[in-house]
Design a protein around this ligand. Structure first.
Ligand code: ADP
Length: 245
């Protein structure tokens, strides 16, 4: 659970695409150590919110602070360097490289540590740690291209971890996974949130009931409500826009 200290603070966020208001004034706070879930129907603005946080999309108004540092106006790589990492819906791994090589490569992008140092010894520890956390050690020498869908997702999370971000933004990590894979992913996310902060876009209600403590519901570019899974599920407005499909 979170420590009560705001790590990410989005205030009065507004995003407009060619006159279309995709985000119409969002306030959104995530505390350090939280595992927060973001839900909402298609077009609610979830991806756009993450795009603004990571510097991919410029807002028309509003502020996004991370550990007190303003992110709006910063370039993507600067935001990565500040300690924010994200995954996309489709895992982007290097298919011709092994699991170990993929994580090793991601670790070499790790900022604030000289590359030479990493190559000589640091990498071994960091990579070993990631292989252990993601339970991919047995597959270390397997080419990423032959991994199952679930294993690819874990590898992508591992590549993110190798870059040592404070905040991870994950886009539907359990989509297409089997029940066992979802369970393992949920436990992995909880483990990651014990040391870092995690924000997950996820629609799977069974998964949310099992692993979510606080859920933020977006609808038409605004925060509709926020609360426990039970609270948001019982909210008639949520049922109307999201659950009553
Ligand atoms: P979600 O991730 O919740 O499904 P998005 O953030 O992808 O929602 O999209 C929010 C709204 O903004 C949608 O109506 C979408 O069509 C629109 N949108 C997103 N990106 C762009 C863009 N680059 N140009 C125009 N409209 C966009």
């Amino acid at each position: 659970g979170g420590s009560g200290e705001a790590l990410l603070a989005v205030r009065g966020l507004r995003v407009v695409f060619d006159g279309f208001v995709a985000i119409g004034g969002i306030d959104f706070t995530v505390n350090r150590g939280e595992l927060r879930f973001l839900i909402g129907p298609n077009g609610a603005g979830k991806t756009t919110l993450v795009d603004v946080i990571t510097g991919l999309t410029k807002p028309a108004a509003g502020s996004v602070t991370f550990g007190g540092v303003e992110l709006v106006g910063r370039r993507e790589y600067r935001i990565v360097k500040l300690g924010i990492g994200r995954t996309f819906q489709t895992a982007t791994v290097f298919e011709d490289l092994t699991v170990l090589e993929n994580i090793d490569l991601a670790a070499s992008f790790r900022m604030a540590v000289p590359k030479l140092f990493l190559r000589r010894r640091g990498v071994t520890d960091a990579v070993a740690q990631v292989l252990e956390t993601t339970q991919l050690a047995e597959l270390a020498d397997r080419k990423a291209g032959v991994l199952s869908h679930g294993q690819r997702q874990w590898l992508e999370i591992g590549m993110l971890l190798a870059q040592d971000p404070q905040l991870l933004l994950l886009d539907e990590p359990v989509a297409g996974m089997t029940k066992d894979e979802r369970e393992r992913t949920g436990l992995l996310l909880q483990q990651i949130a014990a040391e870092r902060t995690v924000v997950v876009i996820e629609h799977d209600m069974e998964f949310l009931r099992r692993f979510a403590s606080v859920v933020t519901v977006l609808h038409e570019g605004k925060v509709l409500t926020e609360g426990t899974v039970a609270e948001v599920q019982a909210d008639p407005r949520v049922q109307e826009v999201y659950l009553g499909r």
